[in-house]
Design a protein around this ligand. Structure first.
Ligand SMILES: Nc1ncnc2c1ncn2[C@@H]1O[C@H](COP(=O)(O)OP(=O)(O)OP(=O)(O)O)[C@@H](O)[C@H]1O
Ligand SMILES: [Mg+2]
Length: 389
């Protein structure tokens, strides 16, 4: 088929031609976004899931849903390793405030929150030449230098400015696992304050199934203030829709048998489904697409996934981290015992600790519960077995 017209999208964050299996998530979001500007209480959300399941796509859809409403201002940011939260928030918050300022209706509070932002920037040593609006002298808000207090004051000021114009603010944050435990704790406490004061600001985050190792007060709040829906592999029905609909839209039939093989070979993981669709589209010369066609592209799909999805993740790892992963892959099942890895490598579990932490920090593995590790990349064990060190 014409490669230029290929609708499939095996790419990080690209909207798929058929966004399958997420209807209930969208219904929850519709309610969430509707309640927010009315200052009715909402629970913040943290979507967790493995690599390539569609977390970024979901957040982008939420961004568009918020934008389409007009009364909910989305603040979008992607956390990255080693970048402080305050620094990441500064610029998108400023843009949001300038938008609130331009919204219809009078509002004095926006000035106050811009002043708070300016103070906050002082504490994190980030400067904007011009904050974008004339300001009175600093007011002693959000300038303590303690992120927990300053974030509460800053976000409260932003939420008050939005409330004055009957708007809500949703903080959309991707790759939440890169936010440090202390920073996440500060965010949790800020969301707690929003809820107590019925302020129209809440958060929707997405990240790997490694929640920052929260402790104490922040943890008990986080459990009540957030819901943690899992974004997972697609069901058989949704997988079949994701592969079939884009072909059918182009007038190409795909047999039940062929769709079933794609479902089984991909495990229902969205990224893999897109790769299958993409390669099938390029390969076929006539319809319908049969089970035999699917078998014919198997080798190309595997090669593409190895090159584009799996191998890149190994590049930055040290030899000892790689051998940890290879050893993990030599066991069956998603959750592997640390003690088994240690035994097979012939070293103590304690000595393995730093490698485990480094791999968690890089987002390669996570700990589903005490003493266990699992890959964050679906089917990574199969890749490692195909490609022994
Ligand atoms: N519901 C869906 N149906 C079909 N394809 C989807 C769906 N959601 C996402 N995809 C496809 O899956 C791939 C991965 O999506 P996305 O980048 O959002 O995953 P992710 O969970 O953010 O991954 P990562 O953890 O690596 O950032 C993309 O190619 C996207 O087009
Ligand atoms: Mg993503």
């Amino acid at each position: 088929m014409d490669k230029i017209a290929n609708p499939f999208s095996p790419n990080a964050g690209s909207r798929p031609p058929e966004l399958a299996g997420r209807d209930s998530a969208f219904e929850d979001i519709r309610v969430f976004l509707g309640r927010l500007p009315l200052r009715r209480s909402v629970q913040s959300i943290l979507y967790t899931g493995l690599r390539g399941v569609g977390k970024t796509v979901l957040l982008n859809e939420i961004l568009h849903m918020a934008e389409a409403r007009g009364d909910v201002l989305p603040i979008y940011l992607e956390a990255s390793e080693n970048r402080p939260l305050g620094e990441m928030l500064a610029s998108p918050l400023r843009m949001a405030l300038l938008k609130i300022n331009r919204a219809k209706g009078t509002g004095e509070k926006v000035r106050r929150s811009l002043a708070a932002l300016r103070n906050f920037l002082g504490t994190i040593k980030v400067k904007f030449g011009d904050i974008g609006i004339e300001l009175e002298p600093a007011t002693g808000v959000a300038d303590s230098g303690d992120l927990q207090f300053d974030l509460i004051e800053l976000l409260s000021a932003v939420a008050e400015a939005a409330a004055e114009k009957s708007m809500g603010v949703v903080l959309l944050m991707d790759e939440v696992q890169y936010v440090s435990a202390g920073e996440f704790g500060a965010l949790v406490m800020a969301m707690h304050r929003m809820q107590q004061r019925a302020l129209p600001l809440a958060m929707i985050g997405a990240g790997l199934p490694i929640l920052p190792g929260l402790a104490g007060e922040a943890k008990s709040y986080a459990e009540r203030l957030f819901t943690y829906p899992v974004v997972g592999a697609l069901s058989r029905e949704a997988s079949v829709l994701a592969i079939r609909r884009p072909f059918e839209d182009a007038g190409i039939h795909i047999t039940d048998e062929a769709a079933e093989i794609v479902f089984r070979r991909s495990g229902g993981y969205p990224y893999f489904i897109q790769e299958w669709g993409y390669q099938l589209w390029n390969f076929i010369e006539r319809e319908p697409i049969t089970g035999n066609d699917v078998k014919m592209v198997d080798g190309i799909v595997t090669e593409q996934l190895d090159g584009n999805f799996f191998r890149v993740r190994m590049e930055r790892l040290t030899p000892s981290e790689k051998s940890f992963l290879q050893t993990m892959a030599s066991f069956d099942g998603p959750d592997i015992r640390m003690s088994d890895i240690a035994t097979r490598l012939g070293i103590s579990q304690k000595a393995l600790g730093p490698r485990r932490s480094a791999l968690i920090k890089r987002g390669m593995v996570y700990s589903p519960s005490h003493g266990l590790v699992a890959f964050t990349v679906p089917l990574f064990n199969e890749f490692l077995r195909r490609n022994p060190a």
